[in-house]
Design a binder for this molecule. Sequence first.
Ligand code: NAP
Length: 250
Amino acid sequence: MSIEPKTYNAPPELLRDRIILVTGSSDGIGRALALRAAALGAQIILHGRNVKKLEKVHDEIAALEAAPRPSIAVVDLATANNVAYESLADNLAEEFGRLDGLVHNAAIVGDRFAIAQYDAVQWQRVMHVNVTASFALTQVLLPMMNQAADPSIIFTSSSVGRVGRAFWGAYAVSKFATEGLSQVLADEHREGKLRVNCINPGATRTNMRLEAFPAQDRDLLKGPDEVLAPYLYLLGPDSKGITGQSLNAQ
Ligand code: NAP
């Protein structure tokens, strides 16, 4: 029987001995995923730009019974240069030697203006954080992923990265580009063991959503804990052979 990623029921210990980096795990979906994956046995590398927020998540994971103690990687994706990415990769290679999972989750929404009014500096910032940083991070971490037996990369898309929508500006375009990056990388590794897929979490109750829709009724939205099933499916062994796909969490 085929597995439905949206309703995947992760067995206990699913991610035991897997080393997984989740970008933007200081908050929102990334934080929820880091906590759940750690509870399933993963050695999590928490990534973000705000040390205090990351330390809080670190302590929450450390308090979980049987979860491996997480590491913290602080890199501001808006400003990081090649040296910062290479030093991150060197540090992780020294500490862990391999990487089993890489979840590109961090993103910013930017302004919601018509293209005619969209600020060019803001455009570059959104494209940089949401796309170029994922490219740079993937590139430096691929050698570590090649050391893993069953490596998996997940990119994070959005509904507006599948069908363009007015006023979503650089955010929508960055998510189209993210889908493209995921497909190109998946195709380049079609013959190998690396799996590369994309997930659209759908409308989720996080700071990003509330920033984009301040008047939204929070109670109508799924919480970050409720959209994790396809992420866990793609990070664990049950998705072996699945690559080049774009999944929906809702
Ligand atoms: P969120 O709550 O705003 O969390 C975003 C995360 O990214 C935070 O940890 C944030 O760090 C980090 N981040 C942002 N800019 C960064 C930078 N320059 N350097 C390093 N880290 C940075 O957002 P979310 O809703 O969980 O979104 C997670 C993913 O789902 C995103 O890719 C988003 O596009 C996608 N998505 C979300 C929804 C939704 O309805 N929520 C819908 C479709 C797709 P700080 O804690 O320091 O801010």
